[in-house]
Design a protein around this ligand. Structure first.
Ligand code: GDP
Length: 199
């Protein structure tokens, strides 16, 4: 995870262009222990069983790979965000993170209500940094395998996503359930945005 600002990938000046071969910068956002690292390793690890150069890893925070979504290839650069927090809980690299992504996976754990509230806070912060309404964001309720420990219901997740004007999915990184569907969802949203611009 990001510990200093010099590892932050720069955003292009508009933050808007999206050519067909241009990697999509997808950021993992969320409180601690929600499964960001697990998501990143599924994304990175899937390369192990395929061609070894399929996934480029720069340090341990950035991984780039090409996936096929609806018959069309898309290259995603996955950025696992900071974990370094100041004493007041504010993240050191928060500003850079918020300005870097083309799209965001906003994670919480369904077993941890505090992480759900944290996701709401991050969504609000994100809105301040990225006022454009069409920045793709998916609210991700992870750890849905832990049914007995559930603290946040599906309907609460859905309601939150509706308020925040973003998509919603429940996943289990442990069971590898819906993780790729979340990445595909991001690509589909970015394409919708691209296609509506071209129209
Ligand atoms: P991060 O702090 O957001 O990067 O969270 P991690 O990816 O390190 O996950 C925190 C803990 O939750 C680890 O012990 C993971 O093994 C576990 N974990 C992550 N995702 C899941 C999941 O979907 N289900 C279960 N049962 N455990 C998970």
């Amino acid at each position: 995870s990001w510990s200093s600002s010099d590892s932050v990938i720069s955003t292009d000046s508009t933050g808007e262009t999206l050519g067909p071969g241009k990697p999509l910068r997808v950021l993992l956002l969320g409180g601690s222990d929600v499964g960001k690292t697990a998501f990143a390793s599924i994304f990175a690890g899937a390369a192990d069983s395929m061609e070894s150069d399929d996934c480029q890893i720069y340090g341990d925070e950035v991984c780039e790979r090409t996936i096929e979504v609806d018959g069309e290839e898309a290259t995603i650069t996955l950025l696992d965000t900071w974990t370094t927090e100041e004493d007041d809980g504010r993240c050191v690299a928060e500003d850079q993170c918020m300005q870097t992504g083309d799209a965001y996976l906003l994670l919480y754990s369904i077993t941890d209500r505090a992480s759900f509230l944290r996701a709401s806070e991050l969504r609000i912060t994100l809105r301040c940094h990225r006022p454009a309404r069409h920045t793709p964001i998916i609210l991700v309720g992870n750890k849905c395998d832990l049914v007995r420990c559930r603290e946040v219901s599906v309907s609460e997740g859905l309601a939150c996503a509706a308020v925040f004007d973003c998509k919603f999915i429940e996943t289990s990184a442990a069971m590898q359930h819906n993780v790729w569907e979340a990445f595909r969802g991001i690509v589909r949203q970015l394409r919708l945005r691209r296609d509506s611009k071209e129209a």
